[in-house]
Design a protein around this ligand. Structure first.
Ligand SMILES: [Zn+2]
Length: 492
């Protein structure tokens, strides 16, 4: 997924205007020449063939008709080394769409394309070339601030002609408020002859690094603990509790999943109800599809908000690495029909992991490491005894008598298992419980109160009084409202 920011580009002098126009016009000439070669190849291949050429054969012939190197050689003196290559690549994009349409047009079983598609046209308007260029992501610098500046490369001929130094780039002023932040993609600059203005389009983000909105962006000062030591965290992924997190400095955070799951489950029941009233030989309906869609959207919304909340929280604590469990472990840990609905559908672990990895690593500079959770859920984090009794959210140790939240205990053990050899972990002895339970401060003094967050359809917030203002959906047990010690998995 990529997004685009738009800026107005203002050359600082008449000289720079002429230089920029010349650069854009030469780029358009390069693109049009590439396009001409591809069109000629298409027409020749189609005309000369005795038999009809397949679309895939046609596509590869047209693609190979031009090489980046040939255009680099031809335009390097004006456009610099990387821009011709960008133009050749950019020119291929409309061609890909063209061939996709052509194969649909030729396919007798596909009636979506009725008219023969036309091959891509030139960058041209009213008989004149459209001044336009594409600059590779690592070749330009965009500095945003009170006076934003853009620097782009030009070839040696233009440097000489306009009096730029050997290593100099063209420096331009830009105006406009960026809406996105993230990995910088390529930059396109287009000149509009009618308004005599230059506009720059900067691509932000890609498939692996989704862009994020600037509105919600708060710069965070990263990774500074008082002593400057490494801080690692581990997350225990569960069913009733979506995520329980512990840092090596002894901080905990818990995301209680029940309210979000109840909403999800109500949709699931609605789908079943709608399916039961379908006529014979009818397998779905618009209403069913809409309900599926809503269910997924709401789940994704809650999940994405959780990841962002977690990212902020970890970054504030200087965490540089997060240890997460593998999906197989999560399944083994909570094996029942209801829980499968939770982990497979609601929790959508695969999506969660992709988002978690992307957001944490890209936006917060936190490395996500996958490790085995085996053996971490049935051990006392205080005395390391495995003589424990686990009942839903409560873990009781028969050896030392301590009790605490089972998923928090799991995350402490998980952290101990994988990070204890590398760093000092300050959670030993901790048997933490959510602050909102209101029934337990007796355990062992420090660090046993954990913020427990619940999803209220908008945000993950701490439910201090232990009850949600949102009513539970019909047909749902409300027994979990007696406190944050939710019913155990086996009780569901
Ligand atoms: Zn114990």
């Amino acid at each position: 997924m990529a997004r685009c920011d738009t800026f107005e580009v203002r050359p600082r002098s008449h000289r720079d205007t002429l230089l920029l126009l010349e650069l854009l016009d030469a780029s358009a000439a390069c693109n049009n020449q590439v396009n001409y070669d591809r069109r000629q190849t298409l027409f020749e291949t189609t005309d000369n063939a005795d038999n009809r050429v397949s679309v895939s054969k046609l596509k590869s012939t047209v693609k190979q008709a031009v090489t980046q190197e040939e255009y680099r050689q031809q335009y390097i003196q004006i456009l610099s080394s990387s821009t011709p290559q960008q133009l050749v690549q950019k020119n291929w994009e409309p061609w890909k769409s063209y061939f996709s349409l052509l194969s649909k047009y030729r396919d007798p079983n596909n009636s979506t394309v009725a008219d023969r598609p036309s091959p891509p046209g030139y960058w041209k308007e009213d008989g004149k070339r459209t001044p336009r260029t594409v600059i590779r992501n690592d070749q330009y610098t965009l500095e945003l601030g009170d006076r934003s500046r853009l620097e782009i490369p030009v070839g040696m001929d233009l440097k000489e002609k306009y009096g730029l130094g050997y290593h100099e780039r063209v420096r331009l002023e830009v105006a406009g408020k960026p809406r996105w932040t993230g990995k910088q993609g390529r930059l396109e600059i287009v000149y509009d002859r009618d308004t005599e203005t230059f506009t720059a389009y900067r691509t932000v983000g890609d498939e692996d690094n989704p862009p994020r909105r600037r509105d919600s962006y708060q710069p965070i000062s990263l990774a500074t603990t008082s002593s400057g030591e490494t801080v690692v965290a581990a997350v225990d992924i569960g069913a009733n509790n979506l995520a329980a997190v512990t840092t090596s400095q002894g901080n905990h955070r818990l995301y209680h999943g029940r309210p979000a799951f109840d909403t999800f489950h109500a949709h699931t029941e609605r789908i079943a109800e709608l399916q039961s009233i379908l006529g014979d030989n009818v397998w779905s309906s618009k209403q069913i599809r809409d309900t599926y869609h809503t269910r997924g959207e709401q789940r994704n919304h809650a999940m994405d908000a959780l990841i962002r909340d977690l990212g902020e929280w970890l970054a504030e604590r200087g965490v540089t690495e997060l240890i997460v469990g593998a999906l197989g472990d999560v399944r083994k840990k909570h094996w029942s029909a209801t829980v499968n609905e939770k982990t497979d559908l609601f929790w959508a672990h695969g999506r969660f992991r992709r988002r978690l990895d992307g957001v944490l690593e890209f936006e917060y500079d936190i490395t996500v490491t996958e490790k085995s959770e085996a053996g971490t859920s049935s051990m006392c984090p205080a005395c390391r005894s495995d003589d424990v009794h686990r009942s839903g959210d409560l873990l009781q140790c028969h050896s030392c008598g301590r009790e605490g939240h089972s998923d928090i205990a799991g995350s402490v053990n998980f952290l101990q298992k994988h990070a204890a050899e590398r760093i000092e972990i300050q959670t030993s002895g901790s048997m933490a419980r959510p602050a909102a339970t209101g029934e337990d401060t007796k355990v062992d003094g420090s660090q046993n109160s954990v913020p427990c967050l619940e999803w209220n359809d908008h945000a993950w917030t701490v439910e201090h009084d232990g009850h949600s203002t949102k009513e539970a959906p019909a047909n749902q047990s409300t027994s979990h409202e007696t406190g944050n010690v939710a019913p155990g998995v086996s009780d569901d």
